[in-house]
Design a protein around this ligand. Sequence first.
Ligand code: NAD
Length: 349
Amino acid sequence: MPALWNLPDFDAHEGVHFFTDARSGLRAVIAVHSTHLGPAAGGTRFWHYADDADAVTDALRLSRGMSFKNAMAGLPMGGGKGVILAGPERAKSPELLAAFGRAVDSLGGRYVTAEDVGMGEADLVAIGNETRYVCGLPVGEGAAGGDPGPYTAMGVFLGVKAAIKHALGKDSADGVHVAVQGVGSVGGGLARLLAAEGARLTLADVDAARAEALAGELGAATVPADRIVGVEADVLSPCALGAILTEQSIAALKVKAVAGGANNQLATPDDGARLHARGILYAPDYVINAGGIINVALEYLGQGDRAEVESRLHQIPVRLESIWAESEKTGETEAAVADRMAMALIGRA
Ligand code: NAD
């Protein structure tokens, strides 16, 4: 493996921390990309990686994405990310979570953790027994905080509606065909909100039973997970894992817009240009999927309630509109415009 700072995804990260705990078997990476705007905030991913180097790459990419996301969401937080390397059996013990909590604590508040793929509220509660640098904990009725998933889904819903308005000129999702890839916390929540507004849905998940169950509930269609990208629809909403927009998948797209909750959807910056060249509107992922971090950051900061979170979620479509307008003015890709705006905000213009 090349030196950390020679990895393609290294972006002058302020710190990349490796943790092990022999007793619990913890192996984890915490990447702090930037603390320019405040403590580096971002969830922890619990995932089995075929190659350990992929975990480091994920931490580097995801933490940079959090810097951009938090800045564009107007939060006084920097960007960081935790990755716990799960074994193939994905076992998660109380000892392992406690050891991770101590790892977070050892950074003294430079990094604040929350949920991400593979980590739920109960896991955060366990981590919170060891550190106060944690959010996404259960909260009372009407308070900001708790599971970020539903807020991410709500923000993505508002962003998808903005994309529908921009690309199709329609004020409602009624009758609009949206293909949703991944129907977990974010994709499932999004599908429910879209269905309630009368959208036509095609769903896919590698857990086919999960997609079928939701489709039955919502009256939606399903396709096998490997077919969703090629579905002819108005909008594709990637809500599974990252790097799904590649030269090959973009060539197969039959939609007018891509707007979804997954992090790091573009496999490479060139893929932003490929989408743009095909005239497919793109909602930069870290702008549209900021709802969850807005919710848990307000919880962590002790600022505002659920109504404040919801009012900030309504800024997501406004931000997307400003990116699309700038992209149309300058000819840059949507992704490049968003990156430029975010870099300026974190002092790296
Ligand atoms: P989740 O684990 O609840 O759901 C993900 C779903 O995607 C699962 O049902 C899984 O089976 C499915 N999936 C995985 N690979 C797939 C594939 N190749 N094709 C189809 N389905 C596939 O996770 P989530 O919390 O819903 O997060 C989804 C995405 O959104 C992730 O990229 C995550 O980083 C991002 N995100 C989540 C939040 C949040 O608040 N939960 C916030 C911002 C971004």
